[in-house]
Design a protein around this ligand. Structure first.
Ligand code: NDP
Length: 336
């Protein structure tokens, strides 16, 4: 456990509190003695903004215990560790595990966590770059791994679809798949404003997402060799109906809807496989494999053009924007 003498008396944090049904988010100085129990204390240098953070800040996530420090991801430097795997000065990254939902998260200058939840930040990435990846990037890579572990290879040809392409998960997925040599079609609701950006990430084709949700028949014309879907709902229904014989679909999100109305026909007549992808409880070995691949494969282009930087005070505004589907790519929160 950290020697209190090594910690400042207080640290700056966003604190969510609840009064009746109303959740409010305030920047405040929190006493360091209030940090939760945990083996590793981290000086947070960067966090990020995910869809789930937007829900948390605006009181829509169903957090059970307040006060809560939101922020489902953070990266920084170890101040102190009682676990032999980490020592002071190590660069570490945490995504998921219920941090920012059930445990205090990354919108703070200090965080404390279980050693099992951390990964060593890959040497290629600064803390800010690790957060440009964050949960969204990890999830995008887990989707790519799900498709490739099932046998997908770039040399098979065919189109690979990414939905919600201009968002966080979608942007990283477009970038990773294009860099691997896949022919990527980016489905977006923002063709006019984000088309150039998506082409700069490597998208070969752009598609208005309304075309997917308009596909209502159980089986439509076969088009996708594989797909990464962040939307669920009518979007995923359309994706499944238009996936080619033997194709694979990785589903990770519900930006459209948590509902899924489909038939068994894509599965039993076209041998389509639907893979569920979760990043929050993803086991450590898979998580490490994904981070290793991200460090090796993520194009610089994504880190350069797909990232905006924000401060804690910007987050209430950005929370509304991400829930409205208006944020491009990834948002890094600078805590230095
Ligand atoms: P973002 O808000 O950054 O991206 C979501 C994108 O989805 C939007 O930018 C928009 O892209 C698209 N979209 C928005 N509304 C709709 C709609 N009604 N129909 C179809 N597409 C829509 O969020 P993230 O990338 O961070 O997360 C995406 C989803 O993945 C979320 O549902 C999130 O909860 C989930 N997720 C799941 C994880 C897991 O472990 N399973 C981890 C991380 C995220 P465009 O404008 O290009 O159409």
């Amino acid at each position: 456990m950290t020697n209190p003498a090594t910690l400042p008396d207080t640290f700056r944090a966003m604190l969510l509190t609840k009064d009746g049904d109303a959740v409010s988010a305030n920047l405040t100085d929190v006493p360091s003695r209030d940090l939760p129990a945990g083996e590793v204390t981290v000086r947070v240098q960067a966090s990020d903004l995910n869809y789930k953070d937007g829900l948390a800040i605006l009181g829509k996530l169903g957090i059970r215990t307040y006060p809560m420090v939101p922020g489902i991801d953070f990266a920084g430097t170890v101040l102190d560790s009682s676990d032999a795997r980490y020592k002071a000065g190590d660069a570490v990254t945490l995504t998921g595990w219920g941090v920012g939902e059930r445990y205090w998260g990354g919108y703070a200058e200090l965080a404390r966590a279980k050693a099992d939840w951390l990964v060593k930040t890959p040497g290629r990435f600064s803390a800010a770059e690790a957060m440009a990846v964050g949960t969204a990037g990890l999830t995008a890579m887990l989707c790519v791994m799900a498709l490739e572990d099932a046998g997908l290879t770039p040399d098979q040809g065919g189109e690979v679809l990414v939905t919600g392409a201009a968002g966080g998960v979608g942007s990283v997925a477009v970038s990773l798949l294009s860099a691997r040599g896949y022919r990527v079609t980016a489905a977006t609701g923002r063709v006019a404003s984000e088309g150039d950006y998506l082409r700069s990430l490597g998208a070969a084709e752009l598609m208005d997402r309304a075309e997917l949700s308009a596909l209502k028949k159980p089986l439509e014309k076969e088009r996708w060799a594989a797909a990464v879907d962040v939307a669920g709902g009518a979007t995923l229904t359309g994706v499944l109906a238009s996936t080619c014989y033997g194709g694979h679909v990785a589903a990770c999100g519900l930006a459209d809807s948590a509902a899924l109305m489909t038939s068994v026909l894509p599965f039993i007549l076209r041998n389509v496989t639907l893979h569920g992808v979760d990043s929050v409880q993803c086991p450590a070995p898979t998580r490490q494999r994904a981070w290793d691949r991200l460090a090796a494969e993520l194009p610089d282009q994504l880190l350069q053009s797909g990232v905006q930087t924000a401060r804690l005070e910007d987050l209430p505004r950005l929370a509304g924007e991400i829930l409205a589907g208006q944020v491009r790519g990834r948002t890094v929160v600078d805590l230095t």
